[in-house]
Design a protein around this ligand. Sequence first.
Ligand SMILES: Cc1cc2nc3c(=O)[nH]c(=O)nc-3n(C[C@H](O)[C@H](O)[C@H](O)COP(=O)(O)OP(=O)(O)OC[C@H]3O[C@@H](n4cnc5c(N)ncnc54)[C@H](O)[C@@H]3O)c2cc1C
Length: 528
Amino acid sequence: MIQRSASLKREALLPFWRRQMAACPQTRPNNRQLDNTQHEDPRTHEGTGESATGSRRQADKGPKRDESAPKQREPDGVRPSRKNTAIAQQKPRGLARKDKRLSTGSWSLLRSTFNVAVVGGGLVGLASARELVLRHPSLTFAVLEKEKELACHQSGHNSGVIHSGIYYTPGSLKAKLCVQGAALCYEYCDQKGIPYKQCGKLIVAVEQEEIPRLKALYERGLQNNVRDLRLISAKEIQAKEPFCRGLMALDSPYTGIVNYRHVALSYAEDFQKAGGTVLTDFEVTNMEMAKESPPESTEGLKHPVVVRNSKGEEVYCQHIVICAGLYSDRLSQISGCSPEPRIVPFRGDYLVLKPEKCYMVKGNIYPVPDPRFPFLGVHFTPRMDGSVWLGPNAVLAFKREGYKLFDFSPKDFGDAVLYSGLWKLVSRNLSSGMNEMYRACFLSAQVKQLQKFIPEVTINDILRGPSGVRAQALDSEGNLVDDFVFDGGTGDIGSRILHVRNAPSPAATSSLAIAKMIAKEVEERFGL
Ligand SMILES: Cc1cc2nc3c(=O)[nH]c(=O)nc-3n(C[C@H](O)[C@H](O)[C@H](O)COP(=O)(O)OP(=O)(O)OC[C@H]3O[C@@H](n4cnc5c(N)ncnc54)[C@H](O)[C@@H]3O)c2cc1C
């Protein structure tokens, strides 16, 4: 039985994304980073909250000075506009204290019936819930999230790159939604005053044999309608990135960076303002057709699906959208739908450049990707806080949400090793898998990779950084599923569910475009 609480109403109205930003460990600045006096990038967008075109024009000219802002330099070289002072000034102490109210209280439910419940409070779930409530303000929506805070897994542990859409097979969902999503992401950040930097990206060929692949990538980017792409010479590489060496590069000035957790929390705020309900600390463990109506209901079995959490609390709904990232296969199984494709977790460890060495990297520097793998290879990524991350690598994780090298879950490990698809994948990629493991353990091996691009980088310039775990779908033949996958099920419950089965990178970039697609699909399938 679910209790009602008046305090929930008050909390539900709080613009909590600003406070949650400071509470999340990987977004909290450390002193080292705050001391960083990185170059000011003229392409920095300040998040002025101006109209999209106005702000972009400003970004082209260079950062607009806000004379009312404190003179102190911000960690990312950005002077905050009034609108995003709370984030840019980064006052972790006070903010974290306030945030406790939100993150530690267990939720009591204001209402327990919804037209649609969205499971998963990451970028994809929140963007989809936001899109649905904006399109259907008269219906009721809830986001159910197992953690006490939102966007704590993939959406809060990623490279933060706004991809321009170069890599993906022309005509694929990834290609289409990434190109649309990047434009929507910039527009959204402009509207909301969320800081980003359109700092560009170079994909650099360092070996002769990579040049044909680089040229093919250029053609692919053109087919995908990626903006402003061009191939540049070794001399031009040095003009853009003075410390980077290469034979030829693909220059993508449209690529940018943003703090995606910040974006996710802003989606949540929009959702709540439009009347949506966010229930954190709600781990969905069971879904079934209701045998009777909810206790307080006067509408009979209007909401026939009962969704239960690990504490036995229930919500009733008509339809469910599942965006559970690393657990999307488990949730599919729980709902009686197919466990295939399975999710295989790949951990990615980052290194960070010491603050005094961050001057060596201006924009994103990427290798020419190996076409056999879905991951983009170890890259240099500037962050919004002024730090520079190097990586991530890709090693099989023994725990789905295990962010440390030796994190282990018997269930996750057991599931993985009993899956024939994994063995087929491992047998086909044994040597590259072992190499990745080796590089994960030995810093010197990773540095060697990085020196191919910036020879000056030494082992003394880097520190171990955070990690992320990617949810990568794998089929029973051992093939990594390349594109985004959305599907439904059959039967009483299955036909009321839409599953997001595979939403790997660039799903953060694409989240607003994915949300539009999901909303359309929900409308068509469920007749909203
Ligand atoms: C290392 C790394 C680097 C990346 N870099 C980039 C990048 O630079 N650019 C880019 O565009 N993309 C990038 N990505 C990809 C991007 O971050 C993800 O594709 C995106 O965040 C996926 O969002 P999501 O909502 O599907 O998943 P998640 O963010 O993982 O959210 C899923 C949510 O579901 C919740 N959940 C799971 N099970 C349950 C349950 N039973 N009940 C309730 N809730 C549940 C989880 O707690 C979680 O909050 C990167 C990913 C990683 C891991």
